[in-house]
Design a protein around this ligand. Structure first.
Ligand code: DX5
Ligand code: ZN
Length: 235
């Protein structure tokens, strides 16, 4: 059955002095999540949003917070972000070893939140094999973590298709696939045709003259591509 995609605007590109206004704007524009990029300056070369901000964001947002943790010690810091009110929490596969991926997912679920694992552009989808059955979402990065406004890495859609295949094989038909980095009107169709459900947009929304219209345009293009792929026999 056709499920429309959701847009998750990344507030890394919003106006930090007017975050509440910008959150209202994307809610009115039909965004599905507020994407919150938390970077610790170690896992990736930027320092952005931390626990106190997430706590404050939770007070004003009426749509779920999709908290993307680009941090080196997720098992230490996860409880803080969960306590702060993150609804969907993403940790990176590259920051976890062995059973730690499963531990992180358990910790997130115990707090009543949704769990997502992300992979960087050079990380193969196969690292998700042992955990994909218990995930709510998998995040395929289509730029190197760190900054908004980078160009989409060509071929990232192949990894989306691979994750979709792995989820089907693992019996996780409800798995959401999120794509993050360089997505806008030029790139949304290919990732949605490959099986993406949640589209992160930083620059393409907050850098647009009319952010609400940008959300509508990107959704429409993504949904049409998804519908066409479905009719063509894909996911
Ligand atoms: C990169 C972040 C992304 C980024 C997206 O480290 O995870 O969410 O801000 O921004 P755009 O859509 O501009 O690439
Ligand atoms: Zn992100």
């Amino acid at each position: 059955m056709f499920q429309p995609i959701k847009i998750a605007p990344s507030i890394l590109s919003a106006d930090f002095m007017n975050l509440e206004r910008d959150i209202r704007m994307i809610e009115e524009g039909g965004a599905g999540y507020v994407h919150v990029d938390c970077i610790d300056g170690h896992f990736a070369p930027n320092m952005t949003i931390g626990v106190p901000h997430v706590k404050q964001l939770k007070r004003v947002a009426n749509i779920p917070l999709d908290v993307h943790l680009m941090i080196s010690n997720p098992l230490v810091q996860l409880p803080w972000f969960l306590e702060a009110g993150a609804d969907m929490v993403t940790v990176h596969a590259e920051a976890l070893e062995g059973q730690q991926m499963n531990e992180a997912v358990e910790m997130i679920h115990e707090a009543g939140a949704k769990a997502c694992i992300s992979i960087k552009p050079k990380t193969p989808a196969s690292v998700l094999a042992g955990v994909i059955a218990s995930l709510d979402m998998a995040l395929v990065m289509s730029v190197e973590p760190g900054f908004s406004g980078q160009g989409y890495i060509e071929g990232s859609e192949d990894k989306v298709a691979e994750v979709a295949r792995m989820a089907r094989e693992a019996g996780n038909d409800g798995l959401l696939i999120e794509v993050d980095g360089g997505i806008g009107v030029k790139t949304v169709e290919r990732v949605c045709a490959a099986g993406a459900d949640v589209i992160v947009c930083g620059n393409a929304v907050f850098g647009a003259e009319d952010p609400k219209a940008a959300i509508a345009n990107i959704s429409e293009l993504g949904n049409a591509a998804r519908q066409a792929a479905l009719e063509g026999g894909a996911r």
